[in-house]
Design a protein around this ligand. Structure first.
Ligand code: 9YT
Length: 131
């Protein structure tokens, strides 16, 4: 059994910071679960384009509010605590955080560790070098 708390991850290699977000990676590929699980804080007022070409991602908002825009159809969906969005079609999207947003994110296949978004907003294909 794996038991782990975010408090013990802060400042370590599972604590990954990018310009618009900071993410604590509770489960990664090496944990052998077949998915990764992230506790991610999106900074207030930010706009983040993303595209997971090689992953499916589910994102469950537990704090804050904002919106996600699906760039494949232009639809904007309000996001608040209790709302889930799941990218079941590898959609390009933009996340806009009106306030600080805290999100629980699950990736399949699992993230390996140090990924941040590439120039195209994507994470590398599993097996490729993390950027
Ligand atoms: C909403 C979001 O950013 N999901 C991705 C997870 C997080 N940025 C991470 O751990 O890379």
């Amino acid at each position: 059994m794996i038991v782990r708390s975010v408090d013990e991850l802060r400042g370590g290699e599972r604590d990954v910071k990018a310009e618009n977000w900071t993410s604590l990676r509770l489960l990664l590929e090496k944990d052998g679960m077949g998915f990764s699980l992230h506790d991610t804080v999106i900074h207030a007022g930010t706009e983040t384009p993303m595209w997971y070409r090689h992953h499916l991602e589910a994102v469950y908002c537990i704090e804050g509010e904002g919106e996600v825009e699906d760039l494949t159809d232009g639809r904007r969906h309000p996001i608040r605590a209790g709302t889930l969005y799941a990218l079941d079609g590898h959609e390009r999207h933009v996340l806009r955080a009106r306030s600080r947003m805290r999100m629980v994110c699950v990736f399949n296949p699992p993230c390996t560790g140090r990924e941040v978004h590439g120039e195209d907003g994507a994470y590398p294909r599993p097996g490729e070098e993390p950027r």
